[in-house]
Design a protein around this ligand. Structure first.
Ligand code: ADP
Length: 253
């Protein structure tokens, strides 16, 4: 589903903590529409890399480009407004609100809302109807219409995951960073969650940190392997599986 156009480019990215380089001269390009996984042992720098992309951490050196523009010094909210969506490791769901209210809130706060300010000022009802319609579409898409009026806290586990993905979708991102969305899940729950992400976020570019290698191999368009802050290998699942360095350093032969 890629079209060869770069959506995210990292050029010579370095992040040091004191004398220690958690990310060391990393350059990589992610194409629009791609499903890219970032793997590597604990401490490899995966979360740090995501924090540099989202703007949660300032870079020490190097440049971040998104959608053809440099965003290296942009704040996290500015990056969200440009279309970099947050993962749901930090849950965006309000437990006391209904499923519908959660989706509606996210749709209202979507990144394009600032561009619609004038329009929503002069035609508030138009925006209201538009958001209601969008909310309904998203509820259908995540298959939660039947529990739309229930409190988020009352949802079964799997439905809660659906809602979290729906909230991400409602903010209308171009790129979504998923930092271990399946942490603490069983193998089956992990599979269902990743399948759902792939099924629902079809128009988005996905960047995923995931420990389940089998799943990563099955679903990714390309994989970036980090080791000690550096890119050890990058390629299709087939290329990564055959890579000697990866086998030695990470997959244990
Ligand atoms: P991963 O996500 O691949 O497990 P991290 O990005 O969390 O790796 O961490 C990479 C390295 O950077 C680790 O050695 C970690 O201890 C170190 N590190 C991460 N954040 C900080 C910080 N705020 N201060 C000091 N060291 C850090």
């Amino acid at each position: 589903r890629t079209d060869g156009e770069a959506i995210l480019e990292l050029d010579g990215l370095t992040k040091t903590f004191g004398a220690f380089a958690a990310i060391d001269d990393v350059s990589m390009t992610v194409e629009r529409g791609e499903f890219r996984s970032v793997i590597g042992p604990n401490g490899a720098g995966k979360t740090t890399l995501f924090n540099l992309i989202s703007g949660a951490l300032p870079v020490t050196e190097g440049t971040v480009y998104f959608d053809g523009e440099e965003i290296t010094d942009r704040s996290p909210p500015e990056r969200v407004a440009r279309g970099i969506g947050r993962s749901f490791q930090i849950s965006n769901v309000f437990g006391g609100l209904s499923v519908r209210e959660n989706i509606r809130l996210a749709a209202q706060a979507d990144r394009r809302s600032e561009y619609n300010l004038l329009e929503s000022f002069f035609k508030p009802t138009n925006r209201y109807e538009e958001i209601n319609a969008e909310t309904g579409r998203i509820l259908e898409r995540i298959d939660l219409t039947h529990v739309a009026e229930e409190e988020a806290d009352a949802l079964a586990y799997g439905d809660r995951r659906r809602l979290e993905i729906g909230v991400v979708l409602a903010t209308d991102p171009d790129l979504v960073l998923f930092d271990e969305p399946t942490a603490g899940m069983s193998v089956e729950e992990t599979r269902e969650t990743i399948d759902l992400i792939e099924e629902v976020l079809v128009d988005q570019t996905l960047l995923l940190i995931e420990h389940d290698i089998e799943l990563v191999m099955e679903l990714s368009d390309r994989i970036t392997v980090l080791n000690r802050g550096e890119i050890l290998a990058e390629g299709t699942p087939e290329e990564i599986a055959e890579n000697r360095d990866v086998q030695d350093a990470y997959l244990g032969g």
